[in-house]
Design a protein around this ligand. Structure first.
Ligand code: ADP
Ligand code: MG
Length: 419
């Protein structure tokens, strides 16, 4: 038991039918239907290996979305092949989720065997609850078709899908009403890492927040400064620009227009409140870079010429951030410092990522583009923890209780199956 949730150590799974929800949602090639990445599939292997070796009859539930979320639902058939490859053991697949064929296949499982069901989002209730206003309580989710049909066949429910822990859906939150539940090893590890970040970070603890999708960054900033988890917040990308704007500094009309166009000018008031409370902990850029005739040009804050759009933090700022990162004991990063995809505007991000690579601090990275930057600069092996669960991680850091955590706590109290 950890965080009020059972772990795999709390169960004897031998000859038990274990319903296990994993997150193996991966980018898919829209033309060929093949998987472009397998990071998440690899990450859940330890849990599956352990359950299978301990003699569970293992039933896997998973979803596959698309890069245009809510559309194009793909089968999980290719995932079964990749799982088999990494496990070195056959993972059977059935093109049914909870109909008679799936139920027969579950009943036919022997100890140690593994079956992957088709995409749970083929079941309509999983979709109608997908981040829409139609929210069902967990008790109500237990009455959905998926849970009603599959729970009677299971003895235990295990959730290893931390990356989906912010989703309030039947495959994630419904089974815990009926079956004794536990979290898998990946869930346990990710939960432990991010709880540690919030509750007892080694100090000094530095949060580096940048990027272009910045609503979450501001929520996180309020939470980690308010809760005391962050000793310092280093800001880049649009986050830094919005804070400087709020502080009455001139970031240039093009940057302000861009922020307005993205709908983030409403964050200026939030930034003012944050500055009023935590000015000494929020660090903002003192110089910036823009592109002129295809080349990088740097300007000190206050000297940005009219009409120039800033796209990166300047070198002096990046060096200051490097120092703070190297002196820290904990560093969390979400969001690049500038438009790192372009050569002229990548320096800020590259320098910060260099420091992440060689700081003695415990380093955690979350966010799709931040992970891309980590790969681009060859730092994947140097970062202590790269969180697979971007959305869940961010919701957790903003101080929200994750629906799946709540459900698992409930399911951890059940000693027996509810009939
Ligand atoms: P993550 O996926 O790591 O959470 P975001 O999605 O929030 O990161 O932001 C990443 C994007 O932000 C990158 O594509 C980058 O080009 C863009 N970006 C960073 N800084 C700026 C800036 N100053 N102006 C415009 N775009 C920026
Ligand atoms: Mg972001």
């Amino acid at each position: 038991m950890r965080f009020g949730i059972n772990t795999l150590d709390d169960f004897d799974v031998k000859d038990k039918t274990v319903l296990c929800r994993i997150d193996i949602n991966q980018p898919v090639n829209r033309v060929t239907g093949t998987l472009k990445d397998t990071t998440r599939i690899e990450a859940c292997i330890p849990t599956l290996k352990e359950l299978s070796e301990k003699g569970a009859k293992l039933v896997l539930l998973a979803h596959q979305g698309s890069d245009i979320e809510y559309k194009n639902f793909y089968t999980t058939e290719p995932h079964a092949k990749v799982l088999s490859k990494f496990l070195g053991k056959e993972v059977k697949f059935i093109d049914d989720v909870c109909g008679p064929a799936a139920r027969e296949a579950i009943k036919a499982l022997n100890a140690g065997e593994i079956l992957l069901l088709d995409n749970v989002r083929f079941v309509s209730e999983e979709q109608t609850l997908f981040e829409t206003k139609l929210l069902l309580s967990h008790e109500e989710q237990a009455k959905t078709l998926l849970v009603r049909k599959l729970a009677p066949l299971g003895d235990l429910y295990v959730c290893d899908a931390f990356a989906a822990a912010h989703r309030d859906q039947p495959s994630l939150c419904g089974f815990e009403e009926l079956l004794p539940s536990a979290m898998g090893r990946l869930f346990e590890e990710e939960f432990c890492v991010i709880s540690g970040l919030m509750e007892k970070p080694k100090r000094p603890s530095v949060f580096v927040l940048g990027g272009a999708k910045i609503n979450d960054a501001f929520l996180m900033m309020s939470a980690v400064l308010g809760g005391g988890a962050a000793d310092k917040v280093l800001t880049g990308g649009l986050v830094g620009e919005v804070i400087l704007w709020a502080d009455g500094k001139d970031i240039g009309e093009p940057a302000r227009a861009f922020i307005k166009k993205e709908g983030y000018d409403n964050l200026v008031d939030t930034a003012k409140e944050l500055l009023a409370k935590y000015r000494n902990k929020i660090v903002t850029p003192s110089d910036f870079a823009a592109v002129k005739d295809g080349k990088r040009v740097e300007y000190e804050l206050g000297k940005i010429p009219a009409g120039v759009l800033i796209l990166d933090i300047g070198e002096a700022t990046a060096k200051k951030y490097q120092e703070a990162i190297r002196e820290a004991k904990t560093v969390f990063v979400n969001g690049p410092m500038g438009v790192f995809e372009e050569t002229a505007t990548e320096l800020g991000t590259r320098l910060v990522w260099d420091a992440l690579g060689d700081t003695p601090a415990y380093t955690v990275i979350g966010g799709g583009d931040s992970i891309t930057a980590t790969k681009k600069y060859g730092k994947t092996g140097d970062i202590d923890y790269i969180c697979t669960g971007g959305g869940a991680l961010i919701r957790f850091l903003t101080g929200e209780e994750l629906p799946v955590v709540k459900a698992l706590r409930h399911g951890s109290k059940l000693k027996e199956k509810v009939k």
